[in-house]
Design a protein around this ligand. Structure first.
Ligand SMILES: Cc1cc2nc3c(=O)[nH]c(=O)nc-3n(C[C@H](O)[C@H](O)[C@H](O)COP(=O)(O)O)c2cc1C
Length: 166
């Protein structure tokens, strides 16, 4: 495993996924992988790596378009490499059946392209009183909103990266 090159590629809308990708990359580097953490809109080449860990913020129940288009255009190379996938989201973080089903569905389109060796679901940033009206926050919760403010769980993120078999 030492010296194996790993791409941690990510897409972000408002910046919170960047820190998640960096934490995943740091844990993998501590395990001996040679890691590059790159934005997917910079179009890194999957063929430069032995394995890829790919993540995106979730908007409208799916990965950001730049993450999906990178995935689709890299599908040939990814088919020959281990790929792990993660989502950063703020709704459906609960463990009941409904929220679990909706959360898992965030990767449906990804699973149509690759078969991830690991899947991670991490809360990012949810609305706060500073940026969102009381009514909108109420509606967010009513529709499965779970994160409040910056809800990134660094221990969970690191534990996921520590357990990945790439
Ligand atoms: C326009 C928009 C749509 C979103 N849609 C969803 C969604 O469908 N499901 C969800 O769990 N979170 C959703 N979120 C929450 C984001 O995934 C969350 O804030 C995440 O931390 C954003 O990561 P980023 O800062 O890297 O863009 C949405 C956020 C925005 C701004």
């Amino acid at each position: 495993m030492v010296g194996k090159r790993v791409l941690v590629g990510y897409a972000t809308g408002t910046g919170y996924t960047t820190g998640v990708a960096e934490a995943v990359g740091k844990t993998l580097a501590e395990r001996g992988y040679e890691v590059d953490v790159r934005r997917l809109d910079a179009n890194p080449s999957a063929t430069d790596y032995d394995a890829c860990v790919i993540g995106s913020a979730v908007n409208g129940g799916r990965w950001l378009p730049e993450a999906m288009s990178w995935l689709e255009s890299s599908a040939g190379a990814l088919g020959a490499r281990p790929v792990a996938a993660f989502c950063v989201h703020s709704m459906n973080g609960g463990n009941d059946a409904k929220q679990t089903r909706k959360r898992l569905a965030y990767l449906d389109r990804v699973r149509a392209v690759v078969t991830p060796v690991g899947e991670g679901f991490f809360l990012g940033k949810g609305p706060t009183a500073e940026d969102t009206s009381g009514f909108a926050r109420w509606a967010f919760k009513a529709f499965g909103g779970t994160a409040e403010g910056d809800a990134r769980d660094w221990d969970a993120i690191r534990a996921w990266a520590a357990g990945l078999e790439l």
